[in-house]
Design a binder for this molecule. Structure first.
Ligand code: GLU
Length: 279
């Protein structure tokens, strides 16, 4: 009897620890690296789903925008066809976590390279340089640029560099934060908020989506170096993505991608290419 009972308990404990080991295995510990996934012909890439011209999930389920084109080009250089890509939404406040948890292989989502973010993830690039700007309703005459936002409420996304900049350097401006820029737009549309602030190309995309409703005002007032975010310490992947970015600059694909996305949607001139930082 006694032996039987001990045995039963022992088997039970074994089952529990087996289940725990299996869960741990599936949960992250044994996830393949991005380059291993690429070797299997598959990549999961984080993009924005709600930024017209830059990164958007269309009504028919397709994806388009400048970041999407960059993602596809880089994937191609890693040996992955467009059919092998799974695009995953990477909202601003969740990007580092998505990379750290291995839920994406890398992120191409208007992602500014900053020292604080570099403590958690690494960046290839930059592949584009944007600048913080302001979007207001088309009939707004009060907000004409960053000099005129004192005493106003401006909206940005939680954790974004533009939100941090307002908080730090514009003490007389009130900051409203949401999880997406589309929510900020609703506030501007209803008149509750004076402006949305984020990178110029994102705002240009929103303005062009609703002609006559909004306008982008003033000069860009920060420098946002867009990088491709990837797992910290994966230097091999970073090197290969940097090679791909440079190839995209060199063979004319970068120019074409820009013109066909942001350029076309928002009549935006194609800027010069940045220099990749191989840190
Ligand atoms: N580039 C800025 C950032 O990475 C703003 C754009 C965004 O929220 O994605 O925070």
């Amino acid at each position: 009897m006694r032996i039987n009972r001990a045995l039963r308990i022992g088997v039970g404990a074994l089952a529990v620890s087996l289940a725990a080991a299996l869960t741990a295995g599936c949960g992250g510990g044994e996830k393949k690296s991005a380059l291993e996934n690429a070797a299997d012909g598959k990549l999961t890439i984080g993009i924005k789903f709600d930024q017209p011209g830059v990164g958007i999930r269309n009504r028919d389920g397709s994806y388009s925008g400048f970041d999407v084109e960059v993602a596809k080009y880089v994937a191609g250089k890693l040996g992955v066809q467009p059919e092998g890509i799974t695009f995953k939404e990477a909202p601003t406040p969740q990007r580092e976590t998505l990379i750290e948890n291995g839920q994406v292989d890398f992120i191409v989502a208007t992602y500014s390279i900053t020292d604080a973010r570099k403590e958690k993830v690494d960046f290839a690039g930059p592949y584009y340089i944007a600048g913080q700007s302001l979007l207001v309703k088309a009939d707004n005459t009060e907000v004409t640029g960053s000099e005129s936002i004192a005493g106003k409420t401006v909206c940005s996304v939680t954790g974004s560099t533009p939100a941090q900049n307002i908080q730090k350097n514009f003490p007389d401006t009130q900051l409203q934060t949401y999880d997406t820029y589309s929510l900020c737009l609703e506030g501007v549309n209803s008149g509750a908020l004076a402006a949305v602030t984020t990178d110029d190309i994102i705002l240009a995309g929103y303005a062009s989506q609703s002609p006559g409703t909004y306008k982008v005002v003033g000069e860009p007032f920060t420098t946002e170096n867009y990088g491709i975010g990837l797992k910290k310490g994966d230097d091999e992947l970073r090197g290969k993505i940097n090679d791909a970015i440079e190839a995209m600059f060199a063979d004319g694909s970068w120019d074409r991608a820009f013109q066909e996305t942001v350029g076309q949607a928002a009549s935006y001139p194609t800027p010069p290419t940045p220099t990749v930082d191989r840190y």
